[in-house]
Design a binder for this molecule. Structure first.
Ligand SMILES: NC(=O)c1ccc[n+]([C@@H]2O[C@H](COP(=O)([O-])OP(=O)(O)OC[C@H]3O[C@@H](n4cnc5c(N)ncnc54)[C@H](O)[C@@H]3O)[C@@H](O)[C@H]2O)c1
Length: 437
């Protein structure tokens, strides 16, 4: 990736387009509105609250990230999106029950004005849902053109300077890439013949990239993680990133595993289970959608722990992940982990983690940061896979042939060093020898 020479300022308005306006989608929209009106603080968001150290420890330079790089301000953001259900963002947020009615009523008018555009939906990709707010075209080429038109209209109607997209739609069934994903040419032919391997999420992604709209993928479906989309992102010079927001249990895993490994503590088993009762939980109750999630959740430990390098410590680790749909919990998921670890001379120990979290409360700031950072990257001329955004993903996209980095602390360093690098500041290595001369 070439070092940016000039970064265009964040002038004018930014559109944030959300394919999927359910629990996470409406929590971002409502959250941004509450924050900009001063009703709440954007906890959990690095772009809104995080600082970055510049120069030496003795320099005392630690500006807020949003003051260091030219990020779009929440005041200049306009939300839009698509959903299977025609409910407006207020109705949908009330239904999702993530935020309280007290909170939502503070922004009722503004939130009610956000209405989902008609979606692209093929029931075989999300088996547990049916909705009526669906485009009527049957040809995949025509559907892609219709989404492109939606984007152009949305930009025009709202007087936007530019737009970004973050997939907050349901998890699609697990699919391996096929010949139609192997090149842009094959993909475009596939659109013409309505190839069955082209998922709804890929129609949005194609339309976005064609319109110069960056695409971040919050779910584990392949979407932009195929050669055809990499080619298109390169051709159109647009940033892409994915997959699957790293929020609850996997966030905990990528915090704990690097710590245990750094002290050479062994792990015999790691059993993770979740109970959740929101619509996402219902969709994941379908084995094919769960498969997408399972693949995304399982890969993390393998990469961090490097069992091939440390066979005595991690070679026989048994790792199991379960997600159980349990309606009484709604969005308030419980993620429970049991770790069987061992230390000096092989003596066993156990760690239990019981994370009583709120799924969409954790995901919303991640989605917002991805939108704002992707917009910045685009203005900085960065395109293709944005590996520095792996900090936000369970299953980060990396260049073909390159393993993805899952350790949260390495990911954070990569993110901050990317910002320093792009802004012409020195990298921070934490060597610190200069303080002892
Ligand atoms: N909340 C988290 O912590 C978290 C973490 C990682 C990933 N995710 C992923 O984020 C996504 C959203 O989660 P959620 O809790 O908001 O789920 P949700 O079910 O509340 O919302 C998803 C919405 O997407 C819509 N949808 C499905 N297919 C669509 C299509 N083709 N076009 C337009 N809309 C479509 C559905 O109608 C629904 O309203 C899921 O894929 C989930 O797995 C969430």
């Amino acid at each position: 990736m070439k070092k940016p020479t000039a970064i265009k300022p964040a002038s004018g308005k930014l559109g944030i387009l959300l394919p999927g306006m359910g629990a996470v989608g409406t929590t971002i929209i409502a959250g941004a509105m509450l924050v900009r009106k001063g009703h709440a603080k954007p906890f959990g968001s690095l772009t809104q609250m995080g600082a970055i150290r510049l120069g030496k420890r003795t320099d005392n330079r630690s500006p807020l990230i949003k003051d260091f790089i030219s990020l779009a301000s929440l005041d200049n953001v306009v939300f839009g999106g698509w959903d299977l259900f025609p409910a407006n963002a207020y109705e949908s947020a009330m239904d999702a029950k993530v935020l309280t009615a007290d909170h939502l009523n503070l922004i009722k008018d503004e939130l009610s004005a956000v209405k989902p555009m008609e979606s692209v939906f093929f029931p075989e990709y999300v088996k547990r849902l049916r909705g009526e707010n669906v485009k009527k075209q049957t040809s995949k080429r025509e559907l892609a053109e219709a989404v492109r038109e939606d984007i152009r209209n949305f930009k025009k109607t709202n007087g936007l300077d530019r737009a970004v997209a973050v997939w907050c739609g349901s998890t699609e069934v697990h699919r391996e890439p096929t010949a139609v994903h192997a090149s842009l040419k094959a993909f475009e032919k596939g659109l013409d013949s309505s190839d069955g391997s082209i998922a709804p999420s890929q129609i949005y992604a194609y339309a976005c990239l064609m319109e110069g709209v960056s695409y971040a993928n919050g779910a584990p479906n392949l979407t932009v993680d195929v050669p055809a989309m990499l080619e298109l992102a390169r051709e159109r010079q647009v940033p892409i990133s994915g997959k699957d927001f790293k929020t609850g249990q996997t966030l905990m895993k990528t915090i704990l595993a690097p710590g245990l490994k750094s002290r050479m503590l062994g792990i015999r088993g790691w059993f993770s289970t979740n109970i959740l009762g929101n619509r996402d939980g219902e969709v994941l109750d379908d084995p094919e959608s769960f498969k997408s999630k399972e693949v995304s959740k399982l890969g993390v430990l393998e990469q961090i722990l490097q069992p091939e390098k440390y066979p005595d410590l991690y070679g026989n680790m048994y790792h199991k992940v379960r997600i159980e749909y349990y309606p009484p919990r709604g969005d308030e998921k419980e993620g429970w982990d049991n770790l069987d670890i061992f230390g000096w001379l092989g003596y066993p120990m156990q760690i239990k983690v019981d994370f009583l979290c709120r799924d969409s409360i954790l995901a919303a700031p991640v989605a917002l940061d991805l939108a704002l950072f992707s917009d910045w990257a685009h203005r900085a001329g960065m395109h293709g896979i944005q590996e520095w955004l792996s900090f936000y993903y369970k299953s980060p996209q990396a260049a073909p042939g390159l393993y993805a980095e899952n350790d949260l602390f390495i990911q954070q360093m990569k993110l901050k060093n990317t910002l320093r690098w792009a802004q012409g500041e020195e990298q921070i290595t934490h060597l610190g020898h200069e303080y002892y001369d």
